[in-house]
Design a binder for this molecule. Structure first.
Ligand code: ADP
Ligand code: MG
Length: 295
């Protein structure tokens, strides 16, 4: 069943983001990925079938793989959920996790392996990405000589803002900054190498960490099409901006319209919705090696 919004009368909603609805279960949080999709920073009116389940189960796949980092998952087993939730099997099964309440760090841990997006713009004007100098002569979408950690602040509204390493240290302290830098680079590089074997390039990605009893743990989602830039390896070549693995059809369609890219966003045609759903499922299948249960 597609899901766009969710209310649970028994539980307080603590947050509703672009994609997730988060509820307070007492000791833990219920972390629900809906089927909402955003493009150009606007939430679109359509649900993308299976998208929420792909985000949740792909994150879980990676969390299990990266045993060197503690993560926020308590359980993704629907049968272990508390009683009032189990009557909502249709709505919830496959798309939720119960997670530990962490104190989210006030930074987004962005990791870049390829020169694209704001990194490419920065390089063209300054020869550096977020203050990190790079050799001259690199092209758009080139693989970077080394993985870059380029943290940003979480903007309550609008775009996140890149920050320097010194500012990152000011915000979270030297020890935590070092830890999240090392963890972010390691998770990205292991994920990138694993995805490369499945024909997917992970150009860049974003992680969030939180503090729990003084320890740094990985929270939110992990190496999904929403938190990362995935490119089909078959269409990659430096010098152009490669198509997005998952959002390509949505962006291409929206570009044909006379829409100002401000809310309200237009309705997507059924063919675009279906093709986009198929791409999310394909990303899941390629990366995990099996079909999404129930798809
Ligand atoms: N374990 C956790 N404890 C507390 N907050 C969390 C946890 N995991 C994720 N979050 C927060 O939940 C939100 C995720 O919802 P999402 O819809 O992805 O929001 P956004 O639109 O900000 O990306 C983020 O603000 C993130 O910081
Ligand atoms: Mg998010």
């Amino acid at each position: 069943m597609d899901l766009l919004t969710l209310e649970l009368p028994e539980f307080r909603k603590v947050a509703s983001g672009k994609v997730r609805e988060i509820f307070d279960l007492g000791e833990h949080l219920l972390f629900v990925a809906t089927d909402r999709i955003s493009a150009f920073d606007c939430i679109l009116p359509n649900a993308i079938p299976h998208k929420g389940a792909v985000l949740t189960q792909l994150s879980q796949f990676w969390f299990e793989q990266f045993t060197f980092v503690e993560n926020h998952v308590v359980t993704t087993e629907f049968d272990d959920f508390p009683e009032p939730l189990r009557k909502l099997e249709q709505e919830l099964k496959g798309r939720c996790m119960i997670v530990r309440k962490a104190q989210p760090l006030p930074i987004e841990c962005v990791v870049r392996g390829f020169l694209i997006g704001s990194g490419w713009k920065d390089y063209q004007s300054s020869g550096a990405v977020c203050g990190i100098s790079l050799p001259p002569g690199l092209q758009q979408a080139d693989r970077l000589p080394e993985t870059l950690f380029t943290p940003a602040t979480k903007a309550a509204t609008g775009h996140d803002e890149n920050i320097t390493w010194d500012r990152c240290v000011e915000l979270v302290g030297e020890s935590v900054a070092q830890q999240v830098r090392e963890l972010s680079i390691r998770i990205y590089e292991e994920g990138r190498d694993s995805a490369a074997g499945c024909g997917i390039i992970v150009a860049d990605t974003k992680f969030e960490f939180g503090l729990l009893d003084g320890r740094v743990i990985l929270i939110d989602e992990c190496l999904t099409p929403d938190s990362s830039r995935f490119w089909p390896a078959s269409e990659y070549r430096p010098g152009i901006s490669p198509p997005s693995f998952d959002k390509q059809f949505v962006r291409d369609y929206l570009e044909t319209l006379d829409w100002e890219k401000t809310p309200p966003a237009p309705l997507l045609p059924e063919s675009v919705v279906r093709k986009t759903s198929d791409k999310y499922l394909e990303a899941y299948e390629r990366l995990t090696g099996h079909r999404l249960p129930g798809s």
